[in-house]
Design a protein. Structure first.
Length: 155
């Protein structure tokens, strides 16, 4: 499905602004669920319960306000996933060394399946001067102790 397939505004399927909402039968019970998928993505960004209609058997039809709420929620879910992913790949720690310099240590995991590694960079916080930069294992743990040892060249 591509973005130029046009908007759809049906009771159980709504496509607009790069998103598709699909109301589906909940396999676990008698209820309904809605899946929100970004156009072009293989998997939904959000799947959640959907309200039953007045007859208590069929789903409530999708409408514009509900769709916009679902788009907002799905976008926030994707944003939180991205923030979490970034937090796993980048960590920062600041400490004062034995020469009273405030040093910032950045640990950045490279997204490279063929050559897994990370880069640790130590920078003088006041002058932005590079103190040390080196490649480490992606499993290297950034702690106050490891940061200080790395800055001293002991790691």
């Amino acid at each position: 499905m591509s973005d130029d397939d046009g908007d759809i505004r049906e009771a159980r399927r709504w496509r607009q602004d790069g998103w598709v909402a699909q109301v589906i039968k909940n396999e676990d019970d008698d209820g309904w669920a809605v899946a929100m998928t970004r156009v072009g993505d293989d998997e939904p960004a959000l799947v959640g319960p959907w309200t039953m209609g007045r007859d208590k058997k069929n789903p409530k039809p999708l409408d514009h306000p509900a769709f916009m709420t679902l788009v907002k929620t799905a976008t926030e879910v994707l944003l939180r996933h991205e923030q979490s992913r970034r937090a796993q790949l980048h960590k920062t720690l600041t400490f004062t060394d034995d020469r009273d310099r405030r040093l910032r240590v950045d640990f950045d995991v490279a997204q490279d399946d063929d050559d897994p590694h990370a880069i640790v960079t130590v920078t003088d916080d006041a002058t932005d001067e590079l103190v040390r930069r080196d490649r480490v294992s992606p499993s290297w743990k950034l702690t106050a102790t490891t940061a200080q040892r790395f800055a001293r060249g002991q790691d």
